[in-house]
Design a protein around this ligand. Structure first.
Ligand SMILES: [Cu+2]
Length: 155
């Protein structure tokens, strides 16, 4: 038996360093993001809102930011009512409870895209990166839907 074959047999006999280890605890499940969409924007409109659903993983997390190549800036906005008028304001984050679900939906919390160089066209999709405290960056695709009859909420 030559030396090369002997080394090959030795390598087979040794425990493989990448062999799976069976931990007592299951791997933590991160937050997941579903059904991200935005309304198409008329030409010349510099802002758009993105809606989506956050589904909590095995531990609580917090959405703390977003970015997309389609806008200069993205903020998390909450809607509150003052003197009968709905008002939006930026907020630092959205808590996602473990195994809970949080919907960012029209008339409520949303992601505000500001500084759109081009309009969002119905039928297209664009990438959006969400930033979470625990899960880090999560990439999603935003579906652009035809504008409905309801006017977008005023800032
Ligand atoms: Cu807004």
């Amino acid at each position: 038996m030559n030396l090369r074959v002997t080394f090959a047999l030795l390598a087979l006999a040794l425990p493989h360093p990448a062999a799976p280890t069976f931990a007592a605890e299951p791997a933590p499940q991160p937050v997941t993001v579903g059904a991200a969409w935005a309304r198409a924007t008329p030409p010349g409109t510099a802002v758009a809102a993105v809606y989506l659903t956050l589904s909590g993983g095995s531990r609580a997390d917090r959405l703390v930011g977003a970015a997309t190549p389609r806008a200069e800036m993205a903020q998390i906005h909450v809607v509150s009512e003052a003197d009968g008028m709905a008002q939006m304001r930026p907020t630092a984050g959205v808590d996602v409870p473990a195994r809970g679900s949080v919907a960012l939906a029209p008339q409520g919390t949303h992601l505000m895209l500001m500084g759109l160089p081009q309009p969002l066209v119905a039928g297209e999709r664009f990438p959006l990166t969400l930033q979470f405290e625990q899960a880090g960056k999560v990439d999603v695709n935003v579906e652009v839907r035809a504008p409905g009859t309801a006017p977008p909420p005023a800032h």
